[in-house]
Design a binder for this molecule. Structure first.
Ligand code: VGL
Ligand code: ZN
Length: 208
């Protein structure tokens, strides 16, 4: 398929902590990397996101005495799943997986930097009010279509895709270039929510 010059590839959170051996490893999270590298060659515009939390972040179970990872608590902006400490700024776990080869990527969006607010989405923090600035970047560059790949399909990929749709972008998720955490059925819920929102779920064979 010929990919529009107005399309960008968004590569979400392919970081050491989300791949096997990391603090919040997504099963098979490393297996998608060769495919992402290959897909990236089809795009002039490649953008990478990086989960980038300060130590003691509000999404870490260790920041809430008596809580453990995967508990769900109430924070001022709503429900928050608690995670193991992960992607702490400037630690090896926060680095990109060494297999990721995207030399022509032009932008890295770091998210989750606010100590009190999580950000699964590459566009809006979990308070649903604080923008990362990505929408403005894309619009200024004339990008109208986004293809998303990476980790985790049922968290950061899904929320980024929903927000991209809400911001008016044609949005596709390349499902075989993603892997999910799948916590309490979160994968099935994510697929349903993306379909309902008009996010296109495609396979890489439709692009390559
Ligand atoms: C993510 C949980 C916590 C993700 C980030 O990248 O999907 N999931 N932080
Ligand atoms: Zn995180």
């Amino acid at each position: 398929m010929q990919i529009s010059t107005r399309a960008a590839l968004l590569v979400i959170d392919v970081q050491n902590d989300f791949t096997p051996g990391g603090q919040l490893a997504v099963p098979e999270g490393d297996l998608i990397i060769p495919l992402i590298n290959r897909l990236s060659g089809l795009f002039k515009q490649v953008i990478i996101t990086q989960d980038w939390h300060p130590a003691g972040h509000a999404s870490f179970a260790s920041s809430h005495p008596g809580r453990k990872p995967y508990d769900v608590i109430q924070l001022p902006y709503g429900e928050q799943t608690l995670w193991p400490d992960h992607c702490v700024q400037a630690t090896p776990g926060a680095g990109f997986h060494p297999g990721l080869q995207l030399p022509h990527a032009q932008l890295v969006v770091r998210k989750g930097c606010n100590p009190d607010i999580d950000s699964y989405s590459a566009f809006l923090e979990a308070d649903r009010a604080t923008p990362t600035g990505l929408t403005g970047y894309l619009k200024e560059r004339g990008i109208d279509t986004l293809y998303m790949v990476g980790l985790a399909l049922d968290f950061c990929v899904m929320f980024s895709a929903l927000d991209a749709r809400a911001a008016g972008f044609n949005t596709f998720v390349v499902t075989d270039a993603c892997r999910a955490i799948d916590l309490n059925g979160s994968l099935a819920v994510a697929i349903e929510r993306m379909q309902t929102a008009g996010v296109g779920l495609i396979r890489s064979s439709e692009l390559i």
